[in-house]
Design a protein around this ligand. Structure first.
Ligand code: GLU
Length: 490
């Protein structure tokens, strides 16, 4: 049974890197008819940020990745929030202590700082481990009565790493990773506030929640050998591991950060977080498009195909398609993917999005879907709709350069012909053919015809298909604008 988990820490809004991790977990679960779990890793109370848990849940829901098990959705392996699992960690750490795989350490912060400084003075990196653990104040060095006294105060619990061994662990993407235990320190498993560290809680929960594959960001790869030692200490078998490539900045070295987005003007979060931080949703991305783009960050199906909605991905996703190298974030590409999805989405659905519906208030509701249909192929995000729909507004000024050029070509006959055709027609669309036939016969270039119509109706030479604009504006408005333009050029 495939059981995977997305295990974010609620320390703020969910970055798209985290969302991509969630996506790959979700896909691995769906592909194998398994279970996708959301586990909230909130053991670091200092970094806890109110509201982030709800944000994570909403972001997953917006993208269509509903957890099968989690704090909101329940399940048989809960609680799914680590702060509610303290008794479970206590029971497990007691076992390691009893078996001698972990020990209490009573060193004061200032004593450790001093040891760290001393080590740095000699050019070494400080490590609390097999080489020097007997020089410190811990349950391995204190006698029974001092230890019992010390246990009444603050202490942490450390893993007792065996010296002189090799620890080997396999990652599905990177292959075998082997480290000498002499290089590892006696990691803290339980903190002085009684909470487990990320490492300990993570391993215990992955085991108890029967996780079959751990899929997470590459930043956790260095911790993997130490996690293996925790599994070993319990005599537990390990799940499969898969560390996803980093999402890189659009340009230059390093991980994509919030600041890159601020600098270049694109979001790095799925949803709005506060006044300053808006998300892909608010900037007019469809969730299907964001999901599709995120899948392309580090994965491909081996073909040239780049358009996959969540349903497609559930079928075609395979771990073999995940690359080792970092994946560069490309906002233009994300916009292009969004553009493809907008063009494919039903007019009636787009018309319900507030970025669209707010701009349609001035138009009769029976025309809304037509207007969306006319403009959607021109949109890269739904925010573009505001500008595109402005083509339908009465022009408050004309592109005078273009008007002057057109005037040299004597457009009046064309404009009067347009007036008469529109007058005769029930629907603006019908003027296209007769107008072109007439121009052909009169040897008037199509350029003059199109420019006359465009300048009359929208004031400049850009914008969507002008005959569709006629049809949306309707007979009365088209007549009025063409007449206005005739007056304007007089
Ligand atoms: N809580 C960790 C994070 O937010 C989870 C890492 C993991 O999946 O093991 O990155």
């Amino acid at each position: 049974m495939t059981r995977v988990r997305f295990a974010p820490s609620p320390t703020g809004p969910l970055h798209i890197g985290g969302l991509r991790t969630a996506l790959f977990n979700y896909l691995e679960a769906k592909k194998n008819k398994g279970v996708f779990i959301l586990r909230v890793e909130d053991t670091d109370q200092n970094r806890y940020v109110e509201g982030s848990e709800d944000y994570i849940q909403e972001a997953l829901e917006w993208c269509g990745m509903i957890p099968d098990e989690g704090p909101k959705n329940g399940g048989d392996f809960g609680p799914y929030k680590q702060s509610l699992r303290k008794s479970i960690y206590k029971e497990h750490i007691d076992r390691l202590i009893q078996e001698g795989s972990a020990y209490y350490a009573f060193d004061l912060p200032e004593e450790l700082s001093k040891a760290r400084l001393d080590a740095e003075k000699t050019g070494e990196t400080f490590k609390y481990g097999s080489e020097n653990r007997m020089n410190f104040k811990n349950s391995l060095t204190l006698n029974e009565s001092d230890k019992n006294k010390a246990l009444r105060g603050n202490y942490v619990i450390r893993l007792k790493v065996m010296p002189g061994c090799k620890v080997s662990v396999y990652d599905e993407i990177r292959g075998n990773i082997t480290v000498e235990t002499d290089l590892l320190d006696d990691k803290i498993l339980m903190k002085s506030d009684g909470m487990p560290t990320y490492h300990f809680a993570n391993v215990v929960d992955d085991k108890l929640m029967e996780i079959s594959t751990v899929i997470r960001g590459e930043e956790w790869l260095p911790s993997l050998p130490m996690h293996k030692l925790i599994y070993d200490a319990f005599n537990w078998s390990v799940p499969k591991f898969m560390h996803l490539p980093l999402i890189l900045k659009p340009k230059g070295k390093g991980k994509l950060s919030k600041r890159d987005g601020e600098k270049e003007g694109f979001p790095v979060f799925p949803l709005r977080w506060n006044k300053e931080i808006i998300g892909f949703k608010e900037i007019g991305f469809l969730p299907e498009a964001l999901v599709n783009y995120l899948a392309l960050l580090g994965w491909n199906d081996g073909s040239e195909n780049e358009l996959f909605n969540l349903n497609d991905l559930e079928k075609v996703f395979t771990i073999d398609g995940i690359q080792k190298a970092g994946a560069r974030f490309n906002y233009e590409k994300a916009r292009w993917v969004n553009h493809q999805y907008i063009a494919k989405t039903k007019n009636s659905i787009l018309a319900k999005n507030t970025l669209v519906s707010d701009e349609l208030l001035d138009y009769p509701s029976e025309k809304h879907e037509n207007i969306v249909g006319l403009l959607k192929e021109r949109l890269y995000t739904l925010i573009d709709f505001k500008k595109e729909v402005s083509f339908l507004k009465e022009p408050d000024k004309f592109d005078e350069k273009a008007v002057a050029k057109l005037k040299e070509k004597n457009p009046k006959t064309v404009l009067y012909k347009i007036l008469s055709l529109v007058n005769e027609s029930e629907d603006g669309f019908k003027i296209k053919e007769p107008l072109f036939q007439w121009a052909n016969k009169e040897k008037i270039s199509f350029g003059v015809v199109m420019q006359s119509l465009r300048l009359s109706l929208i004031g400049n030479l850009t914008g969507p298909d002008i005959f569709s604009v006629c049809s949306i504006l309707g007979k009365a408005v088209t007549l009025k604008r063409v007449s206005n333009f005739i007056n304007h050029i007089k």
